[in-house]
Design a binder for this molecule. Structure first.
Ligand SMILES: [Ca+2]
Ligand SMILES: [Ca+2]
Length: 256
């Protein structure tokens, strides 16, 4: 049995490698999920031997309920841009998080930058309905808008999943996702995702890529950060100048 200090260093190293694997961007081979699985297994073994950080070392795949796909296949003419991620027809690999992780955003209160949306009401964003029909989609005015969820308490957040609109092949612009401890986003603000490559939203240049919406939604790795408020920005899409939101899920555990 390894001594506790060695084990702690080993465990830390493994967690770091897991984070690196999750962070890594294409080009990715088919080995990525395999590598992650090996690392997670290693983390569990080290933890079982030493009793270190059991919750973190007992990951399970998130059970994300997906809506019916509204279209099949990838877009026929993908614009040539280094800022747009090449769509794939492969299903998303399972996302692992500590056992007990659940959608903390379900039916939680939503506030909007646009207090008089063109279509729909704020509740649509957390009502659990992700089907592509028009009546399920909140539409806010043009220009930069946001939808914000109050988790009602601090949570340890592992993933945010967003469906803007997946009724047709489209890309939402200036997608920025932030987490904070206060509703005005002045305390402990952390940016989880930002694909505003030209800073047209004015929140800073982001290095993430624009992506095509689909029924799986976009899963953003939140790496277990702590926060209470989750805010998602956008600024129109390739389909409309309006800002469309079908659902936002925030997977986590209530923080103690
Ligand atoms: Ca919804
Ligand atoms: Ca932009």
């Amino acid at each position: 049995m390894p001594d506790l200090q060695d084990a702690s260093i080993m465990s830390h190293f493994i967690q770091l490698r897991i984070a690196q694997e999750r962070e890594s961007r294409p080009p990715l081979g088919k080995n990525r999920p395999k590598m992650l699985a090996v690392l997670l297994m290693l983390a569990v073994t080290v933890s079982r031997l030493t009793g270190l950080d059991a919750a973190q070392a007992d990951p399970v795949a998130l059970d994300i309920k997906l809506p019916i796909p509204a279209f099949i296949g990838t877009p026929p003419d993908i614009p040539e841009s280094e800022h747009i991620e090449k769509p794939t027809e492969e299903p998303r690999p399972p996302f692992l998080a500590p056992r007990g992780t659940r959608n903390l955003a379900f039916r939680k209160k939503v506030t909007l930058s646009d207090t008089n949306p063109i279509n729909g009401s704020p509740e649509l964003v957390t009502d659990g309905n992700k089907e592509a029909a028009d009546e399920n989609v909140l539409e806010m005015r043009r220009r930069l808008q946001w939808a914000q969820i109050d988790l009602e308490q601090l949570g340890q957040i592992y993933a945010v999943v967003i469906w803007h609109a997946h009724d047709s092949q489209q890309i939402a612009h200036d997608v920025v996702v932030q987490v904070a401890h206060d509703p005005d986003f002045t305390q402990n603000v952390q940016t989880l995702f930002n694909n505003d490559y030209d800073n047209s939203a004015g929140l800073g240049v982001g290095s993430d890529k624009e992506y095509f919406e689909n029924y799986e939604g976009r899963l953003i790795d939140a790496k277990g950060i702590t926060g209470r408020y989750v805010r998602a920005y956008s600024q129109g899409s390739t389909y409309t100048a309006l800002n469309r939101y079908t659902e936002i899920e925030v997977y986590g555990l209530p923080a103690e």
